[in-house]
Design a protein around this ligand. Structure first.
Ligand SMILES: [Zn+2]
Length: 323
């Protein structure tokens, strides 16, 4: 009997010890969860602080709550970009002369780039990545598989005379002259239609993209970095042919809500008349590599923009660049 009660006592002790352990471990699990979500939160904050990149945030396709994070992201973008003021644009002195030159070059560029797909060099190390041979062509295509040559800078950059969503000087105000002129016309056309647009982000230098991308790599490793940040050389903003636009209705953010605003609708219906396309259309992320960006306008020339618009295809599809 004594043995039995001893055994019973032992069992009780073991039981208590075990349940004690379990509750301890579940506590530490909770603690772990807490830490995890704190980390996640920090990661998100890091993203918001570091990337100003609508393209960057694109790659978070999986996260459907991206609207608000994009909002925050772009809100922080101007602060963040101003860090880079020392990179101010090489050549601000381009004026009418260079505008004309560039417009005249447009046809030549287009002709030249017809040969592009045949002339590309495959990079040895990155099997899937092609360096484009015509980085200054008006119809150049960069995406996740096609990059600009290392260190590429557009031939001329100038600030379009349009309203921006921020006041400070910043190189992201700039575009190539041919695109800047077209953007001014687009804004004027919108204005006539009673539509108030604001420009948010145009040119982004290779160096700036390197800095942004590297800080992502440092904080979360390369694999994760690639999900939230464009690899340098792959951002369309580096061509000087892209401008993100927004409106007061969406709080001047870059958000997919822009699509359903008067301004977003006007842009979708009319941008091609001024030579711009919505570069990353809805439901085409498999092809473009980026999810829907109703705010990202890419200058590609009136003729091509109109054809692409009417075809309902992406640039990749229209130019036969889909593998
Ligand atoms: Zn953009």
């Amino acid at each position: 009997m004594r043995n039995i009660s001893l055994i019973a006592a032992l069992i009780t002790i073991i039981f208590l010890a075990l349940t004690g352990c379990q509750s301890e471990s579940s506590e530490s699990l909770d603690g772990g969860e807490l830490n995890k979500s704190t980390n996640e939160k920090q990661d998100k904050e890091d993203i918001n602080v570091i990337s100003d990149n609508d393209e960057d945030s694109q790659e978070e396709d999986e996260e459907e709550e991206s609207d608000s994070s994009q909002d925050e992201e772009d809100q922080t973008s101007s602060n963040e970009d101003s860090d880079n003021n020392e990179h101010t644009t090489e050549d601000q002195s381009n004026d009418d002369q260079s505008n004309n030159n560039e417009s005249n070059d447009e046809q030549a560029n287009n002709d030249q780039s017809n040969n592009e797909s045949q002339n590309e060099n495959n990079q040895g190390d990155d099997s899937d990545v092609t360096v484009v041979s015509n980085p200054s062509a008006i119809d150049v295509v960069v995406n996740k598989r096609r990059k600009l040559p290392d260190g590429y800078t557009p031939p001329n950059l100038t600030e379009p005379n349009v309203r921006f969503s921020f006041d400070e000087q910043n190189m992201k105000r700039n575009m190539r002259p041919v695109a800047a002129n077209a953007l001014e016309e687009l804004f004027a056309g919108a204005n006539k239609a009673g539509v108030d647009l604001f420009a948010v982000s145009g040119y982004r230098s290779y160096d700036r993209q390197v800095a942004v991308f590297n800080s992502h790599v440092e904080s979360k490793g390369r694999e994760e970095a690639e999900k939230v940040s464009a690899i340098p050389g792959h951002s369309e903003h580096q061509t000087g042919l892209a401008m993100d636009v927004t409106s007061q209705a969406v709080g001047f953010y870059l958000t997919t809500d822009f699509e359903s605003t008067t301004e977003g609708q006007w842009v979708a219906e009319n941008a091609h008349k001024y030579g711009f396309i919505i570069r990353y259309p809805k439901g085409k992320s498999e092809i473009t590599g980026y999810s829907f960006e109703p705010w990202h306008l890419r200058y590609i020339g009136k003729d091509l923009a109109t054809k692409i618009h009417e075809s309902g295809l992406t640039v990749e599809e229209y130019l036969g660049l889909v593998e």
